[in-house]
Design a protein around this ligand. Sequence first.
Ligand SMILES: *[C@@H]1O[C@H](CO)[C@@H](O)[C@H](O)[C@H]1NC(C)=O
Ligand SMILES: *[C@@H]1O[C@H](CO)[C@@H](O)[C@H](O)[C@H]1NC(C)=O
Length: 427
Amino acid sequence: MSVKLADVSSRVKAETWGQHDLTVHRCHVVTLKKQRRRRRHFSGVKLLPYFYHYITTYTTSIILIICSSPVQTSFWPKQSAPPTTCNRSHVDRAQQVQAQPLHVSLSSLDLPWFGTNASRLRVKDPKRSVQFYEFLGMKVIQKLPNPDANFDLYFLAYDSSKAVSHGNHFTDREGIIELTHNYGTEDDPNYKIANGNQEPHRGFGHVCISVDNLQAACQRIEDAGYKFQKKLTDGRMRHVAFVLDPDGYWVEVIGQKPLEKTENVKETDPTTYRMNHTMIRVKDAEVSLKFYQETMGMQLMRKHEMESAGFNLYFLGYGGPVAENTPEGVSPTADHEGLLELTWNYGTEKDANFKYHDGNAEPQGFGHICISVDDLDAACARFEEKKVNWKKRLTDGRMKEIAFVLDPDGYWIEVVQNEKFKKRANW
Ligand SMILES: *[C@@H]1O[C@H](CO)[C@@H](O)[C@H](O)[C@H]1NC(C)=O
Ligand SMILES: *[C@@H]1O[C@H](CO)[C@@H](O)[C@H](O)[C@H]1NC(C)=O
């Protein structure tokens, strides 16, 4: 039996995930994403010899299970080897590969509480990644192992007694970095993530932490052997450094105090560090600002217009409107660990063909940002009213406790229940 593109689309419409049980014995699972890829694989020729057994959709991706004969490895995403036999757990995994989050969790307006605050990144080797973020003062506050689906999630955040959200549940705090580890990538010499900063796959930019004494903190990181994309002394911006995490993601490091005040300080205390923000690039600032404010309910906390350099930065988050600095000179945003930074490069909005990489198309890297809400059903009903583009409605798929909304650039925004307000997933 051959599969033509037309068959695929009609089956996709007819069948939804979860209504079928699998009873196949020997088969392969192929996850295909996006029209372009699909066309390449489904041009007809390659599939002719295979018996097509089951097809379903998981949001925009397609999971196709092909039985009875070997599948060229070219069908496979680089990071996973085809299983020789297939059962439900493989299908689940294929589904999960599409659905993983880095949390940048944040909170809202129309609804009294939009809460969590996280960014998600795929990592090759969780051991070295966790070690790196622990060195930066973070802690694994929750690990969600999914051995059946061959991946684990690690939620890291600042959690010392000095931290803003010390002791809070992971759905009830800002500034989480969620790492996703797909089993086996650590032993795959060819596995590499896209860090979002290299053409032609630019999109996600970085996460940022703020530290007590910038010079001393950067020295400590350097002494530990970590590499920098930009040291403090490189270039003209002396108050910012970018260290590279083990996968090459950029971590911006900034000071909590003015640079001059910490020049001669030699100590640094990682328990005082904070997650500061997560940066993504957007094509059209006007469209994105409208979306994040009106639809997602965020506030514009501050903006920097860098006209001579041709770009603007916008910092958004949840919580009340912010005043200028308090009399003590403390930034009113100092307690917001989960801000979202949008970078807009002038002119991209005028180019019809211009598009940023969402991190979930190949080559993968950044997963999503995440917000937690007071009432997940109500929040999603409101998003429905606002006519958002869904990646996954609550009712799609098996995971009824998470939804994914697409932002104007196609970045994924995970929406989960803040467990402080209501128990839902019990994770
Ligand atoms: C599914 O297959 C994997 C091996 O690929 C195996 O470890 C697992 O036990 C199987 N699960 C079931 C329910 O048969
Ligand atoms: C994040 O950085 C900004 C700018 O330096 C600062 O005003 C704010 O207090 C920082 N927030 C946190 C949580 O460190």
